[in-house]
Structure formats: C-alpha cells, structure tokens
Design a protein around this ligand. Structure first.
Ligand code: S3P
Length: 438
C-alpha cells in the first residue's frame, strides 16, 4: 500500500442521498475466525472487503482453511473445526489491524503449533501486554519485544488453564482474546469488564451454538465445546456511518439516509452523543439480523452545541471520537472529553493528532492526558496529517463541509483498512473530495 495518498476536499456543500456504508469491521473479523473454527460451511454476506478484515481472512487461509471470496461481500468458509487449524508456513502479517492481532493471540495460544504474528509500523507500536499478560496466566507461552509490542511469538503448550480475570481497561479486544483462549482451556474462563464494551464475540459465539455465560459484568465460557457453522449477515459499520452522520449534521441543508446500520447498544455512543449536542437523527425500521440489531438512520443538519461528554458513553463511542471532535469544532461553545486515555494507543495517538489537525484549521483544541477540550469556531482550510490513521483522514474530510478553504489530508492510504471506496461514496452524496497519489 502506498503511504502518500492525499485527499483534497473542497469547502462547503451538503450531504444528500440514500447510501449503505461497508460492512462492520469487528463483526467481519469475528465471522472469519469463528467460521474457520466451526464444523461445516459458514456463509457470510455484507463482509467488509477492507484491508483489516482481509488480513484476518488471509491468516486463516494460511492456516489451511478453505475460504471462497470475498465476492461482492459474500464469503464462504469451509470450517475445519476447533482443532483443525494447521501451522502456517510464514509469520502471519496482520497489517494495521489491532483486532486481528489481539483476538488471534488468544485463539492461537491453545493450538498445537508455533506461530508468529507481525504487523505494520503502527501495529508494531501498539501495546500487546494487555493480552499477553493474562494469556500467560492461562499458561500460554507468548513472547513480545522488550517493549511489550509485536512481533508476538506463540509456542504450543500442554493445555491452557481457565482464569477469572478483571480487565484493567475496558477493551473488547482483550475480553474477546480471553474468551477465545477460553474455548481451549480446561474449565470456565471468566472476564469482568470495568464498563460495557462491544459484545459481538459473545453474540456470535452464541450464534455458532457456543454457550456464553453471563453474571452481571462478567462473561464466561467453558472450554472444550464445539462450534457449528451458520449464516452471518454483516450490518453496515456504525463506525463508518459516523463520518456521514457528523457530515450531515454540520453541513447546512443536508438530508441523508444510511441503510442497514448496526445498532448494537454497545456501539451506539456516537448517536447518543450527537443527540446530546442537538443532532436530528431518526432511527427507522429497527430490526434484528442474525443476532445483531440493525436500523436505517435519517440525519438532517442541525445547529450543534458543545457538551461535556458523559463518561458512560466513552467506551460505546471509542472509535468515533475523530468524527465527534469535528462535530465539536463546528458546535457552539465548548466540548469537554475526559476518561478517554485509550485514544492515545489507537492506530495513532488520536488525541494529539486530532488536536494538531484542528489547530492547523484554526480551531482551539487543548489536549489532556485522557481527553481534549475543543472550542467550536470558524474553520479555515489548510493541511493536516492523518498519520496513516484511517479514521483521522475521514474525519477531516468531513470537516471541509464547514471550512472556508480547501483541506488537504496527507497519508490517507489506510482508509482502505476500514472503508474501501470512501472517497467515491462521499462524493456521490455531495462531499467535494478527490484523491491522488503524490
Ligand atoms: C474492537 C475493539 C475496540 C475498537 C477497535 C475494534 C473490536 O478496541 O477500538 O477498533 O473489534 O473488538 P479496544 O478493545 O482496544 O477498545
């Protein structure tokens, strides 16, 4: 992938139309993982054909799983059963994808072969002790660099022990890692969350016929069961929809409908926060598809106001803050975020990189250790660096709807990790975006 793809976005305009954004990234990853471990044939539709989910797909192919597609979002997996994976010939390269690396570390800790997990520069900087430490408590043999980062080398052991583990951070990746390791452990593996995080792993395990126990904030699995193949319909990713939600809120005269959006209550913080800011978002045609709530969203322009973001919404909107910071920059008054230190260890340091970009566009943005204070104001055009972070690039693309001049965004190639076709789709509803390799 080229790392110097640049977006140029013309100022102003409005968003109008009726679109469906690509499939949910978290659900797409999990569908490949569980489909591979199941007995029988799993058919997935709406699969996200972005680089992150494709990295997971390639990893399972490299471990001997026959996978057809993706072909227009359809993937067919010939599951090999829980103990049917084979040693890959080479290290598994997971690119930019933290979800692939953290979930796979748990899933692979109990296999009978050695495997090495590697990633790109950004992924190789991200903290992995949050998974390797509890996995070691389970008896896994897993090595990181002295800094606790990838490459991860996982060696076979004589069985894993179940643990009962309080998560030090609210992280669905760590929770999922341990539940997946728990499928291979002797006894019941339990995790306790400090705050609710996305529950796609639990829902999908149940969809594959695997019992997930629940006791207040604790989730548990008993090792040794089987997964049975099923059909999966992946909803559109609310995290990708978030850029359009914000764009349509901030651009005058916008009226946009987003179809088949995943509305899992552990993911809907962006809607709750935007509504607190004064957004006009209608949730239409609510339904359930394959164990996940789905709806169509109609969003129209609104005058937003700054707010203090409620703490309980932070884990429910953890990937949407780049877009929400742009909403805050266009709102009247001050928006205050605290308790979001996790943003500093995402694909980039999203607090610093967003603060730098907003300041480059003339907005007052004061970062803190675990949050930011943003004063709504007039945005100029200018040049911002996404630092290779897909969500930063897309957030600043939407900012142009309210800027007084062109915005140039550097290092946008990783938009493909979660949202292939972003520029074309955004253009089709009114964003004046063009992209070029410079
Ligand atoms: C994800 C969990 C979240 C999120 C990431 C995807 C998942 O990370 O930020 O984009 O699919 O489980 P954390 O578990 O680090 O919060």
């Amino acid at each position: 992938m080229s790392s110097n793809l640049q977006f140029t976005v013309g100022p102003g305009g409005r968003l109008q139309g009726d679109i469906r954004v690509p499939g949910d990234k978290s659900i797409s990853h999990r569908s490949i993982m569980l489909g591979s471990l199941a007995r029988g044939i799993t058919r997935i539709s709406g699969f996200l054909e972005g680089e992150d989910a494709l990295a997971t797909l390639r990893a399972f192919r490299a471990m001997g799983v026959e996978i057809q597609g993706p072909d227009d979002g359809v993937v067919i997996i010939h599951g090999v059963g829980k103990d049917g994976l084979q040693a890959p010939e080479d290290a598994l390269d997971l690119g930019n994808s933290g979800t692939s690396m953290r979930l796979l570390s748990g899933l692979l800790a109990g296999q009978g072969f050695e495997v090495t997990l590697i990633g790109d520069e950004s992924l190789s900087r991200r903290p992995m002790q949050r998974v390797t430490e509890p996995l070691k408590l389970m008896g896994a043999e897993i090595n990181t660099t002295p800094k606790g980062t990838a490459p991860l080398i996982i060696r076979p052991v004589d069985g894993l022990r179940a643990i009962d583990y309080p998560l030090p951070v609210a992280s669905a990746q760590v929770k999922s890692c341990l539940l997946l390791a728990g499928l291979y452990a002797e006894g019941e593996t339990w995790v306790t969350e400090p705050a609710p995080t996305r529950d796609h792993t639990e829902r999908m395990l149940r969809g594959f016929g695997y019992d997930v126990m629940q006791d207040g904030p604790r989730r548990g699995v008993r090792g040794g069961g089987e997964l049975v193949a099923c059909e999966i319909d992946v909803p559109a990713d609310i995290s990708s929809a978030a850029f359009f939600l914000v764009g349509a809120c901030i651009a005058p005269e916008s009226d946009l409908t987003l179809r088949h959006v995943g509305m899992n209550p552990t993911r809907d913080g962006v809607i709750n926060i935007l509504r607190l800011m004064g957004a006009r978002i209608e949730v239409i045609n609510e339904r359930e598809v394959g164990g996940e709530p789905v709806a169509d969203l109609r969003v129209r322009s609104a005058g937003l106001k700054g707010i203090r973001i409620p703490q309980d919404q932070v884990p429910l909107a953890i990937d949407e803050f780049p877009a929400l910071f742009v909403a805050a920059a266009c709102a009247e008054g001050e928006t205050v975020l605290t308790g979001a230190g996790e943003l500093r260890v995402k694909e980039s340091d999203r607090i610093q990189v967003m603060a730098d970009g907003l300041q480059a566009l003339g907005i007052e943005a004061e970062p803190s250790a675990d949050g930011i204070v943003i004063q709504g104001g007039r945005m100029s055009g200018g040049r911002v660096d996404s630092h290779g972070d897909h969500r930063i690039a897309m957030a600043f693309a939407m900012a142009a709807l309210r800027a007084s001049g062109e915005i140039h965004i550097d290092d946008c190639a990783n938009v493909n990790t979660s949202f292939p076709g972003f520029a074309g789709l955004a253009q089709s509803v009114g964003l004046q975006v063009s992209q070029k390799d410079v």
